[in-house]
Design a protein around this ligand. Structure first.
Ligand code: AMP
Length: 398
């Protein structure tokens, strides 16, 4: 695989006793209207790191982003609600600071006792965060003696709390980040063959680079979701009112002319619906038989059978993105079938991206997947062969 393999120091390699440890986590969690956390996956993922630090008498200062407040203080995106949740999960005192830099944050960080936690307010209340502003990074660094990155979901971004801060503090990886990096290395450095990639979802722009990089390395690439619509459209099929990324049609057409494109597998049938609605009329149709004005919202029965068989018999599977509009139960069958096929596969299975994780959850097969990555965009950029700025800057292991 043409991806970068990292060997980074972790919290196991440094002394943390009595130190203020500034940990960058990814608590960009789903919440309900009232701001209550509705899914704990991302928080749970960081618990091994936090428990390790607390057990060794470190003073833990946590920083994260949440949503897109665009550099403005907007309490809709406050992390305050997470403090009691963390306190319960960690069984340790967790204080909340209504700012992430400045005098109050510094005082609270300095007053921490070993075994205590301080959660800082949303980093993205400052526009300096996303600009990787040096002065802002320096202010963040005042809150710790050591920096730990445990935010795999964010390491593809060169932001102040991920990159800038490492200019001022020794920087190592936490266990969640380590797990993602080690598992990718183990499974992808010399993958057992056949290697099958399954790509779905809606955004072709995110995935076209990944597809180009993966094609020479995989034996089969199965395409589903709205992305398949764009491929079928580029091949000349009438896709009716289906979702298509028109800007990428030419690129896809060029790609399909290349020799490696023989590895690409596209749907032969689809579930077409009269409207984008959970109660819309729908029908299983061949790809060249979409009724006028209808849209493809899931893979068809024959395609599901073919794709599932290929996944089940693979030795390595990489899956990212749903195979249809899985949020609507009638159009979730293709996605659930891939989740189950991953579970039945005897080889290694790697699943990344929020929607695929939700599908794995929905199908109840999470415990049968070899590696579930917490990263979405970061997993894709990594598979694309790109360097991850937030990982690059961490100290190398010897
Ligand atoms: P992405 O963020 O690119 O992984 O896309 C995920 C979204 O793609 C999900 O919300 C799905 O509902 C959507 N999606 C998948 N297949 C289709 C389809 N055939 N038509 C419209 N949206 C789709």
């Amino acid at each position: 695989m043409s991806i970068v393999f990292y060997h980074k120091k972790t919290i196991r390699d440094v002394d943390v006793v009595g130190k203020r440890v500034l940990v960058r986590v990814d608590y960009n969690v789903p919440r309900d209207e009232a701001g209550n956390v509705t899914d704990l996956t991302r928080i749970n993922g960081t618990l091994p790191t936090l428990q390790y630090l607390l057990k060794r008498g470190a003073k833990v200062v946590l920083m994260s982003h949440l949503g897109r407040p665009k550099g403005e203080k907007n309490l809709k995106y406050s992390l305050a609600n997470l403090a009691p949740v963390l306190q319960r999960l960690l069984d340790a005192p967790v204080a909340f600071c209504p700012d992430c830099v400045g005098a109050e944050a510094e005082k609270m960080a300095n007053d921490l006792q070993p075994g205590e936690v301080l959660l800082l307010e949303n980093l993205r209340f400052y526009k300096e965060e996303e600009k990787n502003d040096d002065a802002f990074a320096e202010k963040l660094a005042k809150l710790g003696d050591l920096f730990v990155c445990d935010a795999f979901g964010a390491v593809h971004r060169a932001h102040a709390s991920l990159v800038g801060v490492t200019k001022y503090l020794p920087a190592v990886a936490g266990f969640l980040l380590e797990k993602d990096l080690v598992m990718m290395r183990k499974l992808l450095a010399d993958p057992a063959r056949p290697v099958v990639a399954v790509m779905g979802g809606a955004k072709v722009d995110d995935k076209i680079g990944v597809i180009k990089n993966l094609l020479p390395n995989v034996d089969r690439l199965l395409i589903g979701g709205a992305m398949a619509n764009t491929f079928l459209y580029a091949l000349g099929y009438d896709m009716g009112a289906s979702k298509i990324s028109l800007d990428y049609v030419d690129l896809v057409r060029d790609l399909m002319k290349k020799d490696v494109a023989k590895k690409i597998v596209l749907p032969e049938d689809l579930v077409a619906a009269a409207a984008f609605a959970p109660d819309a009329k729908y029908r299983n149709v061949a790809v060249n038989r979409i009724p006028s004005g209808w849209m493809a919202l899931d893979m068809g029965k024959n395609t599901v059978r073919t794709y599932a068989a290929i996944v089940e018999s693979a030795q390595t599977v990489i899956w990212n993105g749903p195979m249809g509009v899985f949020e609507m139960p009638v159009f979730a069958r293709g996605t659930e079938a891939i989740a189950v096929a991953c579970a039945k596969c005897q080889g290694a299975t790697i699943v990344g991206g929020g929607d695929s994780l939700a599908a794995i959850d929905q199908a109840g097969v999470g415990y049968m997947i070899t590696h579930i990555s917490t990263g979405g965009g970061s997993t894709l950029e990594y598979l694309e062969g790109k360097h991850l700025p937030g990982v690059e800057v961490l100290q190398n292991a010897r």
